[in-house]
Design a protein around this ligand. Structure first.
Ligand code: BGC
Length: 403
């Protein structure tokens, strides 16, 4: 790592990300809502009202703008827009259009995700991503939302198709566990096809850059296990990055690292600092994932669409994010074209089965929904304003690998 002050370029996007199901509340027409209320599904608690952002989005957007950020990534909900197959809700299209407009009016660039893990229940009931018509159905949804996306400059087609493919197989309940089932090859194939079709459809919006957002980990091979690591990583990550070749950008989302041994993923070692999701505290994951995405896509511009930490200690959130940004800046200094950094997450939210892992720059009261921005929100907003990476504690020592 170099020691010079880290200046990020003008025009860099600095923002925060959310997903509809994790913050809106009462998202009852999704497959996830069904899962949350199916006995034995392994989900610890249901999403319920979430952060009530379905109603409170103007306040959330205003808080991000007031902090100093210049971008907001959020998703639109297919299950609200098309609650029954072929039945399009004009009111919901207008709702999401208002959300886009509110973001623009607040001086933030909207980065809109078309699909973030949740699908309508009717879609799931008729085969989900295994269904023969899955890609056509998704393409029809993309056609439906074209008009509301007319002035959105960056669109993410599908969030983490690699994790979605794993969720779609034999789901074991808690996404916080790294031991997700292996991806389902048929689902992966359908998602690649859906992404390609969506990008084609979205060319009808001149000026819209389109890509998808891939969950990237820092994979490390145990000694002598390089081949096993590559074989493990390919269906879980590389396949999706390869499919992003030629896209306008690739969304990089990175949080952690995983060691791969002879028998696959190795559990986090004893004594290592972990976060509320049980993941190893490992800020370099972001720089490593950005470089890997750049290499595998053959130079697609990188947009960090997610990076963050589940912690109750906001000072540790700042440490993690600061050190992740150091690694990202190093990657940029080495030639990786990075367009922006969107922190996960704007708000504490429903972490796919539990409210315990708090990722937010903004907290909220479970009874009143009153928002409280954390010091990390003001800190990240300050960096967005100046473009200069600083840490509030001048004595902060950046992360070094204890391994
Ligand atoms: C997802 C988010 C999730 C976050 C933290 C990503 O897997 O896109 O929905 O909350 O990482 O687990």
């Amino acid at each position: 790592m170099t020691t010079a002050p880290r200046q990020f370029p003008d025009g860099f996007l600095w923002g925060a990300s959310t997903a509809a199901h994790q913050i809106e509340g009462s998202n009852i027409n999704t497959d996830w809502w069904v899962r949350e209320h199916t006995p034995g599904s392994g989900v610890a608690e249901p999403s319920g009202d979430a952060a009530d952002s379905f109603h409170r989005y103007p306040e959330d957007i205003a808080l991000l703008a007031a902090a100093g950020l210049n971008a907001y990534r959020f998703s639109i909900e297919w299950a609200r827009i098309e609650p029954e197959e072929g039945l399009v809700s004009r009111a919901m299209l207008q709702h999401y259009r208002r959300m886009i407009q509110t973001t623009i009016d607040a001086g933030l660039e909207p980065v809109v995700t078309i699909h973030h893990f949740t699908s309508p229940r009717w879609f799931a009931e008729s085969g989900g991503w295994h269904g023969r018509d899955a890609v056509d159905r998704f393409a029809r949804y993309v056609e439906t939302v074209l008009p509301i996306l007319r002035d959105v400059r960056r669109i993410v087609t599908i969030n983490e198709p690699n994790i979605l493919s794993m969720m779609h197989g034999k789901h074991e309940g808690d996404l916080a566990a790294i031991g997700l089932p292996a991806p389902d090859d048929a689902v992966s194939e359908a998602l690649v096809a859906a992404h390609r079709r969506s990008r084609e459809i979205l060319t009808q919006l001149p000026g819209a850059a389109t890509g998808w957002a891939i969950a990237g980990q820092a994979y490390h091979a145990e000694p002598g296990c390089e081949a096993e690591m590559l074989a493990f990583r390919h269906p879980r990550e590389d396949l999706f990055l390869e499919a992003a070749r030629g896209d306008d950008f690739v969304g990089v989302q990175a949080y952690l690292r995983t060691f791969i041994g002879k028998d696959g993923a190795v559990p986090v070692r004893e004594g290592v600092e972990t976060t509320l999701t049980g993941w190893e505290y490992f800020p370099p994951a972001l720089g490593i994932a950005a470089r890997h995405a750049w290499d595998l896509t053959g130079g697609a511009p990188v947009l960090v669409t997610e990076n963050g930490i589940a912690t109750a200690d906001d000072a540790r959130r700042i440490d993690y994010t600061h050190d992740a940004l150091l690694g990202l800046h190093d990657a940029m200094a080495d030639g990786v074209d990075v367009q922006g950094y969107l922190h996960w997450s704007a708000l504490d939210n429903y972490e796919w089965g539990s409210y315990k892992p708090t990722f937010g720059l903004i907290g909220w009261d479970a009874e009143t929904f009153e928002r409280t921005p954390k010091p990390s929100a003001a800190w990240l907003g300050g960096i967005a304003r100046s473009g200069l990476l600083t840490h509030p504690d001048p004595a902060h020592i950046p992360y070094t690998d204890p391994q």
